[in-house]
Design a protein around this ligand. Structure first.
Ligand code: BGC
Length: 768
């Protein structure tokens, strides 16, 4: 229904497309648009309590604080993520929230990224699968999810302004991929446009990103909402495809929009289309139940999720699990004052809080606690260290809790080092000298330097495990839960080994993504660098063996996919879950590619001695790369190696796959090189005709000389060797520039005509 029928003037329309206050939108009963409430996300609901003026990072209503994305990513478990989404969606619905601002889908480009804890992984496939699952869960409660921050928002330094300089192939394959997956597979009702710029364009005002790619190519039909304060020019933002500006801009955004309409910079149809989307969002979220959530059940889910997300990095001689009947020295202030969530807009006011010390002391009768360091005073404290060493010496088992302090990882600030605080390192050194059988338990939202791990017997990574993290860590340390988490990000040996080193966080307002496609393990594997702990790594209290890998091509309606089968056996003595990972190496060699890329995974639980045959399907397009010349996805024919393993560096089985899809043949254009023309069968034939014909019919026809140019006759016979040599010398010359050479058989204009001719003939050959 046209809004004019409701008598809405442009100013009123503009006001409906901007927030009202910090977290609400204005509604209009006459226009059928509901007033909506938006709130953070993504680790639980952070609904501001009381006055919502100002940034409102203060008090918020109690809600379950689920493990952060850095943790849940290590579960590699989409079903779990869907459950978590459902629980968060239920709490949001109960509080009357229409839009829950998450999941965070940005790729962890550098381990120093201050907000890495709010993102899943360095890999787009894993990020997309988990983000889609969480989105489905939230939206099953009729609460809209808001995948964020779209796109390439990978650092906190200059986060609101930084200009990301990145090539299109890298953007498509690495930084947009997870968003694409979530949009196509989970249909989010909103997407949040990021603060930063990409190649000079504000993400929140970029028509290519918000309209051509997001809506045009991926079919997104929801509301694009700005990150809080991301809009700098409301009219440009709307024209680019940004529907809703958040928060209220004290009337500035609406004034700019009206001015843009008057100046003809924004079309009234675009404004009405945005209003339609707002109306539809109101409809989609109208059926929220509002039923009171079961907080104890959500706490139990948070505990299960936290335990499933812990990664056993090292476990020499099966040190873990601990024996509850033996004495245990629990050392480290973080066991008593846990770090369980990150700082910034995702901070949740938990419904309860478990601590590792309370959970362990309840279950281990002979447990002692020594703080070892202070979280307030970061300088090493000799007395605390000596007390801890004495406790360690006198106990049967030693658990040392280390991690990053709150201030080290927060929205708005990148980290400057991978090191743990000095006071903790000194404590670790002293304890490990007395007790080399110490188990270190880490709490951090992003990777840390682990050079010290060599002096310890076991290391358990718990990430930021949420409000039930204390109970969950006791579950894993005491063997009630068998750890099954796998790293979703590489632990480097040195910061200097990481892909963005030297290009992070940029300078003069720009950051250059110089590593291109080689992000995370793609970099370590391609460069043959040894990580401290590789992507996909994670030990278990049991062992798994892999056998019987078969790989076949699966032709389906959507194109060529790959079908993989293998047998997995729990060869140990306890039940456990394994994440089978499938990496693919392209040996086709047509374009630069990473050494290997994750193309599939499956988490499987097996009882002791149990075997199962697993099927993994790689859907059509799984092996594709983005071709920057044609700006399309192409799948190269040739040989691929499929590698099934327990981590990116623990490949257990490999199989070759021969793909006989047609060779992608981008149509040559006037600016394509001679070599590119020669590679295209129709292009090569057309050129051959031109060269053979020399001066032919009238001006304008292919093969005719440029007006005024000397006519060139058919060249004499050229040997194959001469032709090859000529191509080596001239192959990189764009066809349109050939006309600048004396005696050239064609002019620049004719290059364009030839390109048209090739397109026509190629089209005819394909029956178009
Ligand atoms: C953050 C978003 C968040 C929003 C609202 C912004 O500063 O980047 O992630 O959703 O604030 O709190």
């Amino acid at each position: 229904m046209p809004f004019e029928d409701h008598g809405l003037d442009p100013a009123r329309k503009a006001a409906l497309l901007t927030g009202e206050g910090m977290w609400q939108t204005a509604g209009s009963a006459e226009a059928g648009i509901r007033a909506l409430t938006l709130t953070d996300g993504p680790h639980g609901v952070r609904l501001a309590a009381g006055d919502d003026a100002g940034p409102a990072l203060g008090e918020s209503r109690p809600a379950t604080c689920f493990p952060a994305e850095c943790a849940t990513a290590s579960s590699w478990d989409p079903e779990l993520l869907e459950e978590l989404g459902r629980a968060a969606g239920r709490e949001a619905a109960a509080y009357g929230v229409d839009v829950l601002l998450g999941p965070g889908l940005n790729i962890k480009r550098s381990p120093l990224g201050g907000r890495n804890f709010e993102y899943f992984s360095e890999d787009p496939l894993l990020t997309g699968a988990l983000g889609a699952a969480w989105t489905r869960g939230v939206q099953s409660c009729r609460v809209a999810a808001s995948p964020k921050h779209f796109a390439a928002n990978n650092q906190e330094t200059g986060r609101m302004t930084v200009d990301v300089i990145v090539d299109e192939r890298t953007v498509r394959e690495i930084y947009l991929r997870a968003f694409e997956t979530v949009v196509k597979e989970a249909g989010p009702w909103t997407v949040m446009a990021a603060y930063n710029r990409i190649n000079g364009f504000h993400a929140a005002q970029d028509p290519w990103l918000l309209t051509r790619v997001l809506r045009g190519e991926w079919g997104f039909d929801g509301v694009v909402v700005s990150d809080w304060g991301a809009v700098t020019d409301r009219a440009a933002a709307l024209a680019a495809g940004l529907d809703l500006e958040m928060p209220s801009s004290s009337g500035l955004g609406p004034r700019e929009l009206v001015a843009g309409l008057e100046a003809g910079l924004v079309s009234p149809e675009d404004v009405d289309a945005s209003l339609d989307r707002m109306r539809e969002l109101g409809r989609r979220t109208a059926g929220r139940t509002g039923e009171a959530p079961d907080f104890p059940a959500h706490d139990a889910l948070a505990r299960r999720a936290a335990a499933a997300s812990m990664v056993l990095l090292k476990n020499d001689a099966g040190l873990l699990p601990f024996t509850p009947g033996a004495s245990l020295a629990v050392i480290g202030e973080l066991a008593r004052t846990p770090r369980y969530q990150g700082s910034g807009s995702s901070r949740v006011n938990p419904t309860r809080l478990s601590t590792p010390w309370s959970a362990l002391s309840e279950r281990v009768p002979q447990a002692s606690f020594s703080p070892g360091y202070s979280l307030q005073d970061l300088a090493p404290d000799t007395e605390l260290i000596e007390e801890a060493v004495r406790a360690a010496a006198g106990a049967d088992q030693v658990a040392l809790f280390l991690g990053l302090p709150d201030a080290a990882e927060t929205e708005g600030l990148d980290r400057s080092t991978l090191q743990l605080p000095e006071a903790q390192l000194r404590l670790l050194d002293a304890v490990a000298r007395t007790r080399p059988d110490v188990a270190v338990i880490l709490a951090n939202g992003s990777v840390v330097d682990t050079a010290w791990a060599a002096d310890t017997a076991a290391v358990l990574e718990t990430w930021l495990p949420g409000q039930a993290g204390g109970d969950a860590v006791a579950d894993v340390l005491l063997g009630d839960v068998n750890p099954s988490g796998k790293l979703a990000e590489t632990f480097p040996r040195r910061l200097e080994d990481t892909p963005a080193y030297g290009n992070f966080p940029g300078e003069a307002g720009q950051v250059r993504y110089g590593e291109g496609l080689l992000v995370g393990y793609r970099w370590f594997d391609t460069r043959k660098l040894e990580p401290a702990f590789p992507f996909g790594h994670g030990l278990s209290y049991t062992d798994f063996s892999y056998s019987d890998l078969t790989v076949s091509v699966a032709e389906g309606a959507g194109g060529t996919g790959v079908q993989v089968q293998l047998k997995l056996t729990n060869s140990g003595a306890v039940e456990g879950a394994e994440v089978v990972q499938l990496y693919v190496a392209s040996l086709a060699g047509t374009a630069p590619r990473a050494e290997q890329e994750l193309r599939g995974f499956q988490r499987v639980s097996l009882g002791p001695g149990e075997s199962r045959t697993l099927s993994l399907e790689l859907p059509p397009g799984s092996l594709a790369r983005f071709d920057p010349v044609t700006r399309t996805w192409v799948t190269d024919p040739g040989t691929y190696e499929l590698r099934a393993g327990s981590s990116s560096r623990d490949i257990r089985l490999t199989a070759a796959l021969e793909l006989t899809v047609p060779v992608p043949q981008p149509l040559p254009t006037a600016s394509s090189t001679l070599a590119e023309w020669m590679q295209h069968p129709v292009g090569a034939a057309v050129l051959a005709e031109v060269f053979a014909a020399g001066a032919a019919s009238g001006p304008g026809s292919p093969g005719a000389p440029a007006p005024g140019a000397p006519a060139v006759g058919a060249p004499g016979p050229v040997s194959a060797d001469q032709a090859a040599q000529m191509l080596t010398l001239m192959g990189s010359l764009p066809l349109e520039r050939l006309g600048r050479f004396p005696g050239s058989p064609l002019s620049a204009d004719q290059a364009t005509q030839l390109a048209r001719l090739v397109a026509e003939r190629a089209g005819k050959e394909q029956g178009h």
